[in-house]
Design a protein around this ligand. Structure first.
Ligand code: RUQ
Ligand code: CUA
Length: 685
């Protein structure tokens, strides 16, 4: 510690800062602590912990974060990409909701949004819950990100070469989902579990108990992912019909439990809610009567076999394994799980499955070895739908008491598990047993420490925390409430992402950063090592179609800009570069159908242009090399300026053009009588 550093400090602060700076003060780092650091700390009344937190999270300009967080955008229907540890927002990815900056849903991407239409048409928002990064051998590979929309049972595919949504799939069986996305260890399947029971295929059925029991169903869908095409292939996908137990969250087994998928459920009571005013049988109480619900254990190989066999059925074109077949052919097993469970999280090596009971202070840990031997020994009874229900005591490895309202569990590299405690507003660190016991100094299966978080934590996410080799170091608490953490922004407050330092063993966790989240309830996020993402900084070639990820043969080309008429269809071929469109004046006739091809000729990184067409609800983002095609009917005559909506250059404001829609015969020509052009000699290009 340098002398001048402490010279002007109040004695107590000097001491605390000395402590805070101690790790930095050793070795060559000493010279970097400026004399004014202590004065700043004193003036801002920072504690030693504050100073240490600042040093751990501050990212100097031009330096990059070590991790990228792919976060659900909650009700925004989008995905947010955030740098960790700086917690800076890097990117918004339009997914289920149109996103104007990227032009998503404003000229391009409209067909992707349309793919997700349900029986009542398109839904233009999403309740995104669970992003899942693609995996190879149980490790994030940085290639794709999937995310579900709970509100409409949809699943989206984002390509991480350009961070754009490529596909939205509407599940043809149900109107709500929850247990997705999660991927199998090599991303063969993206799993989407349903949530609220309904007749599969979205038909009507009355909701009295007999009808509910007989016709309402849950489901889990295994969407086959084609990595080369970067698309889900519905024709190779299948679903399993499940009892109406409100399936919740799913997680794929890996290593020791590869080939299995696990999911919890939380209303195996089959409550049907209040039917009459005055009735007290709310779902709230009806769904929390029983002591246990059902952990779902699914054997993927046997499911594939049943899906390909004669007893599979088709519902709205989707291959479905009937419940009786799943129960009879070893596809599906149940295990009791205590007290309104939430989450089923698989340890890095796949040996254990951790389930939290929302109304139980424990987490329950199941052993895959014991599950396998119990299945082999047929140690089961049958549930009311005939599904084998495994003997609880035969498959449980441990129950660990953590605190109130345990929800989700993640893992680190030190043999610890971390569970969010919603009611306690805390993160619990606890020690794993089995092969993890030698990694930490504590007794296996014990609570090691807790850190309070602000407030009402839902999910949590560790660095690479649900891969086969988590990194440790960072954990983020995704908190639902933030009441006293930020200035009041009206009655709707931001949510709070809190970064927690989990680098050291023992009861040492510390909150080191609060990030206000003003975009809806984000639920879950996954944190990947940033250098695994190999994104393009410009599209590989000029004329690139991001939808096909190849050069578009129909793209506008330099030197071939033109306007081509074919009956009443007009094709416009426009190239875009700093700082003009070519052509700039486009004349069509009222009633024409316009197909407009635009290609950015830029090769410079970050030289993005926009294309905003007045009055037409159109805006494009044309990134370097990108080709886009928009279509519309020119139904109303008029003069429509179009302009570059991205401040691209000194003469950005001059980057404009005009679309002239000439009135058809019989319609009024101009609104100003006898108007004369100022310069009648000037021709269009
Ligand atoms: S789950 S309510 Cu991710 Cu805790 Cu959705
Ligand atoms: Cu191009 Cu502004």
């Amino acid at each position: 510690m340098s002398r001048q550093f402490t010279s002007k400090l109040a004695p107590h602060l000097a001491g605390t800062l000395l402590l805070a700076m101690a790790p930095l003060a050793s070795g060559q780092a000493t010279g970097v602590i400026p004399p004014e650091a202590a004065a700043i700390a004193a003036e801002r009344q920072l504690s030693p912990d504050d100073v240490a937190a600042a040093l751990k999270t501050y990212m100097p300009s031009g330096k990059f974060d070590e991790y990228m967080l792919f976060s659900s955008g909650g009700h925004s229907g989008q995905v947010f990409v955030i740098g960790v540890p700086s917690m800076r927002l890097l990117r918004t990815i339009g997914v289920f909701t149109p996103e104007p900056w990227q032009g998503y849903g404003y000229g391009v991407g409209n067909e992707i949004l349309a793919e997700g239409a349900g029986p009542l048409g398109e839904t233009h928002w999403g309740d995104t819950h669970h992003p899942a990064l693609s995996e190879t051998k149980g490790e994030y590979d940085g290639q794709f990100c999937f995310i579900n929309d709970k509100n409409a049972a949809r699943l989206a595919v984002i390509d991480l070469r350009d961070f754009e949504t490529k596909q939205i799939i509407k599940n043809p069986l149900a109107l709500s989902d929850h247990g997705g996305a999660c991927v199998t260890p090599d991303t063969e399947y993206v799993v989407e579990g349903g949530q609220f029971a309904m007749p599969l295929g979205m038909a009507y059925a009355p909701m009295d108990q007999a009808s509910y029991d007989a016709t309402y169903r849950g489901m889990v869908t295994f969407w086959k992912f084609d990595r080369t095409k970067g698309r889900i292939d519905p024709s190779k996908s299948f679903a399993i019909e499940l009892p109406p137990y409100w399936q919740d969250l799913f997680d794929a087994g890996k290593l020791a439990s590869a080939g299995y998928v696990f999911g919890n459920s939380f209303c195996s009571e089959r409550a049907t809610g209040t039917a009459k005013i005055g009735d007290k049988n709310y779902f709230e109480s009806g769904c929390s009567q029983a002591d246990t619900d059902m952990l779902h254990i699914i054997d993927i190989k046997l499911a594939e076999k049943a899906a390909a066999g004669p007893s599979a059925k088709k519902v709205n074109g989707m291959t479905v394994i009937p419940l009786e077949v799943a129960a009879a052919e070893g596809v599906l097993y149940f295990a009791p799980e205590p007290k309104s469970p939430h989450g089923a999280d698989v340890t890095p090596g796949g040996e254990f499955i951790v389930v939290s009971g929302k109304l139980d202070p424990h987490v329950t840990v199941y052993s895959i070895d014991k599950i396998k031997s119990t299945i082999a020994a047929k140690k089961w009874t049958k549930d009311s739908y005939g599904v084998p229900l495994l003997d609880f005591d035969s498959i449980v490895e441990a129950q660990v008491e953590l605190g109130l309202g345990p929800l989700h569990t993640q893992f680190d590299d030190k043999g610890y598990a971390y569970t969010s405690l919603f009611l306690d507003s805390a993160v619990a660190r606890w020690s794993l047993g089995g092969p993890y016991a030698s990694k930490h100094p504590e007794t296996p299966w014990t609570l090691v420490g807790k850190v309070p978080v602000q407030y009402n934590i839902g999910h949590l996410g560790c660095a690479e925390g649900d891969t086969a080799s988590p990194d440790g170091k960072y954990l983020i608490a995704f908190n639902k409430w933030s009441l006293d953490r930020f200035p009041t922004t009206g009655p709707l407050l931001p949510q709070n992402f809190q970064l927690v330092d989990i680098a050291k063993t023992g009861d040492t966790m510390k909150v080191i950063y609060d990030m206000p989240v003003g975009f809806g309830e984000p639920h879950y996020a996954q944190m990947i090592k940033a250098d695994k993402i190999k994104a393009w900084s410009v599209y590989p070639e000029i004329g690139w179609n991001p939808h096909t990820q190849s050069v578009d043969p129909g793209a506008a080309k330099v030197g071939e800009e033109r306007i081509e008429r074919n009956g009443s269809v007009v094709h416009v071929y426009t190239t875009v570069t700093r700082s003009h469109f070519k052509p700039e004046r486009v004349v069509v006739k009222q009633g024409d159908h316009v197909v407009w091809h635009l290609t950015s000729l830029e090769r410079a990184v970050d030289a993005t242009h926009g294309f905003a067409l007045a009055g037409h609800d159109i805006n494009l983002s044309l990134e370097p090399g990108e080709a886009a095609t928009i279509e519309f009917d020119a139904n109303t005559s008029g003069v429509y300026p179009f302009y570059c909506s991205e401040f691209c250059s000194a003469l950005h404001l001059e980057m404009v053009g005009y679309l002239l829609v000439e009135p058809s015969e019989g319609s009024s020509k101009v609104s100003i009588e006898n108007a004369q052009p100022l310069d009648a000699t000037k021709k269009g290009i």
